[in-house]
Ligand binder design. Structure first.
Ligand code: ADP
Ligand code: MG
Length: 465
């Protein structure tokens, strides 16, 4: 169901139903009022006539033409019938000439003889019956009864006329409301249409334009939320493009070197074997680099793809750290860097062994690589009831303040030449952070230039998927 249709029906309902109800009520009240005032009017006249009849002694002498004319006129005026009954319940005058001479002992007649006039309104048959006692000339006793049946047809007619007029007004009102509801409902859904249009445009022209809507508070909230999403998507898109261009650049660098080396070999004649050997070993080094970058990239992509791929088991972290340090010891010895492991307590935790080893190795490798000769690297392990903490501290070259927030970014290196010389790809810390995050952990760094760097890693002892 469309929102517009809903609004349309609602407006139409709200616009028409109260009017209809009020009209019905007004009509009923007007008609009741009309009947009542009619009763009052007739009753007044009827009383006057009854007085005349009483004074003239008409009951005993119905030949009185003046009074008779009066009665006939009354009957005609009210579009009804007048009956006069005498003391012995015999009808002495009927303007319809049907009941003359017959007995009439109806309830209202009986009531009148006990002095009670009555008025009865018969809604269905459309008549009001008046019964009025006729008194003797000394006003002492009831000598007869006058009955008047007055038709309410004219009141009904009035009511119908009124109803007709109301119907006309109602039709006009309905048509007016129809138009108003169509216009208003269109107006109410217009902001939604605008947003839908903007969204369609935005998808045709991805991530380019913000959508704007200042129509209603609610629709503005929608467009604001959308714009926020758009902003985030743009950021993601930017970083994706940045990443792709970085990857291409990084992958191209070794290839360019290989090409230069190969070209220079081919461009010379009678190249000495030693030079061949030297160049070939350089080429081989570049190939190693290329495959290192590809390996790291693949690792990163795999880590990004899903955490479900974590192969979590109970691992002794102390042993894991020892093994990692053992692998890096030869590199440390080259620079005469002292590698120290400090375990405060035995720690067993649920981790992915291979990935955590990789993360720790990256940290320790950096601490050795970006160190001075004869420096030291301290790795420590501690735990509380919830987490274990690995700290990798060195007294190496440190990381400048402004670079600290960037070192975890892919391909970011403070000193490109130095990193390259040390065989780095700029992906190590990105991989480490990704591993730590996939274990729901945290990583922080403290560093001072020329004094040293400390990375701390905090990982929960129990893995929660
Ligand atoms: N312990 C450290 N001391 C000084 N600089 C560091 C240290 N660890 C990382 N860095 C800086 O952070 C950069 C990013 O590190 P990383 O992602 O491991 O890439 P890579 O080691 O391949 O260059 C390094 O190039 C280096 O400049
Ligand atoms: Mg590294």
């Amino acid at each position: 169901m469309s929102l517009r249709l809903l609004w349309f029906l609602l407006l139409l309902f709200v616009g028409c139903v109260p009017v209809l109800v009020v009209n019905r009520i007004v009509l009923a009240a007007a008609s009741a009022n009309e009947i009542q005032s009619r009763i009052n009017r007739i009753q007044n006249q009827w009383l006057i006539v009854a007085n005349q009849v009483s004074r003239s002694g008409y009951v005993d002498n119905p030949q009185n033409e003046a009074i008779d004319a009066e009665l006939v006129q009354m009957a005609n005026l009210q579009d009804g019938r007048v009956i006069v009954v005498n003391r012995s319940f015999r009808t002495v005058r009927d303007t319809y000439e049907i009941d003359t001479g017959k007995y009439n002992i109806s309830e209202s007649v009986l009531q009148c003889f006990s002095g009670k006039a009555s008025v009865n309104y018969y809604k269905e048959s459309g008549y009001i019956d008046f019964a009025q006692p006729i008194y003797s000339s000394d006003n002492q006793q009831v000598v007869g009864v006058m009955l008047l049946s007055a038709s309410t047809a004219s009141a009904e007619e009035l009511k119908e006329k009124l109803a007709d007029r109301m119907l006309l007004l109602e039709i006009i009102e309905f048509v007016f409301m129809l138009i108003a509801a169509a216009v208003l409902s269109g107006r109410m859904v217009r902001p939604f249409k605008r947003i839908a249009d903007s969204l369609t445009k935005a998808t045709e022209n991805p991530l380019e334009e913000d959508i704007r809507d200042s129509g209603f508070v609610e629709t503005r909230a929608v467009s604001d939320a959308y714009n926020k999403t758009l902003k985030r998507l743009r950021q993601l898109d930017d970083s994706r493009q940045q990443f792709v261009s970085n990857v291409s650049h990084e992958l191209k660098t070794p290839i360019t070197s290989i090409r230069v080396l190969a070209d220079s070999l081919m461009g010379q004649e009678d190249v000495p074997v030693e030079l061949y050997r030297e160049f070939m070993s350089d080429i081989s080094e570049e190939i190693d680099r290329e495959s290192q970058i590809i390996d790291d990239l693949l690792t990163l992509v795999r880590l990004d793809k899903s955490q479900a791929e974590l192969n979590v088991t109970q691992i002794n972290i102390n042993e894991l750290l020892e093994a990692a340090l053992k692998r890096l010891r030869p590199i440390a010895q080259q620079k005469n860097v002292e590698l120290i492991l400090e375990s405060f307590r035995p720690v067993v935790a649920e981790v992915d062994k291979t990935k955590l080893s990789l993360a720790v190795s990256n940290l320790v490798e950096n601490a050795v690589k970006y160190n001075n000769r004869d420096g030291w690297v301290k790795v420590s392990l501690n735990a509380d009831h919830k987490f274990f903490y690995i700290k990798v501290a060195d007294n190496g070259i440190g990381i400048p303040e402004d670079a600290q927030e960037h070192v975890f970014e892919r391909f970011y290196r403070v000193d490109k030449a130095r990193s390259r010389e040390a065989g780095g790809t700029g992906l190590g810390l990105a991989i480490t952070r990704s591993v730590v995050y996939s274990h729901h952990g945290a990583i922080k760094l403290y560093s001072r230039e020329n004094e040293g760097t400390t990375f701390t890693v905090r990982i929960p002892l129990i893995y929660i998927a």
